[in-house]
Design a protein around this ligand. Structure first.
Ligand code: HEC
Length: 241
């Protein structure tokens, strides 16, 4: 802003100010009425519709519960999923949001452009639109994210359509049986047992079947599965290559 622009701005400001009304009581009254209206609507909705979908009571003994954040935190949740290395978790959970908030507070000092029209402020406008777009995209991804122990692997290309279906059925049995709680399958799964992403290269199907029937603790036995499901499961695991 040069001197001339500044003087012109101050003149316009004086004119507008002399025509305007004081903040108190006019604006304060308007804001109070609006705030009260919003509050009454929320209270009315709570009375008429009740609270949204509530989950079961907290169960301290469960090991299968997968906590999910409220939808308006999905973008942060997804950010945490994208940033994998444990050493960077602090950066994702505290660092990035804090930097964003500090930048927002500093914005009036960084951006001294007197223009109000978004079309005449390309940098600020594109920055704002990108942030909204990124948050929307992360929210979408977060909403569709599978639980961290849900295995999600496509059948190998070499399989025929029928074999691919058996692979998919076995994958479902694996997910229902909770293998992902202990084993890593590609991206998903835990670290209590060995990584099974390429176990088909290391163990033949009969060895896999034997492990499933007579495992070493803490792995539970899966000998009680119906034979069809058991075969599908062994087929799935032995095709992880
Ligand atoms: C409670 C945790 C747990 C669960 C659940 C579990 N496993 Fe295991 N699994 C293990 C552990 C620990 C080992 C290693 C045992 C050992 O070293 O002898 C293992 C070993 C194996 C092995 C042999 C790996 C190797 O390299 O020799 C296979 C195959 C296997 N598990 C498959 C499965 C499948 C398939 C499921 C689901 C149907 C499953 N496991 C469920 C803990 C688990």
């Amino acid at each position: 802003v040069n001197r001339r622009q500044k003087e012109q701005y101050l003149r316009e400001y004086e004119v507008l100010k002399s025509e305007g009304k004081p903040f108190f009581p006019y604006t304060v009254l308007k804001d109070s009425v609006m705030a009260a209206t919003v509050l009454i609507v929320i209270i009315a909705l709570a009375i008429i519709l009740g609270a949204g979908e509530l989950q079961n009571k907290a169960d301290p003994t469960t090991v299968t519960y997968t906590p999910r954040p409220e939808w308006y935190f999905y973008f942060l949740f997804e950010l945490l999923r994208v940033i994998k290395p444990p050493s960077l978790v602090i950066v994702a959970t505290i660092g990035v949001p804090t930097i964003a908030m500090v930048l927002l507070v500093l914005l009036p000092f960084i951006d001294r452009n007197p223009e109000r029209n978004p079309a005449k402020r390309p940098i600020a406008t594109s920055f704002g639109v990108s942030v909204i777009a990124i948050m929307a995209y992360l929210t979408y991804l977060g909403a569709h994210a599978k639980a961290p122990d849900q295995i999600d692997i496509a059948p190998p290309k070499a399989l025929t359509a029928g074999q691919a279906r058996q692979f998919e059925r076995g994958l479902q049995v694996a997910n229902q049986s909770g293998c992902g709680a202990c084993h890593k399958f590609g991206e998903a799964g835990g670290t209590i047992g060995p990584d099974l992403t390429t176990i088909g290269d290391k163990l033949p199907p009969d060895a896999i079947a034997r492990t499933m029937q007579n495992p070493t603790a803490p792995m539970p036995s899966y000998a009680d599965l119906p034979p069809g499901k058991f075969n599908d499961l062994v087929y799935f695991v032995s095709n992880l290559k």
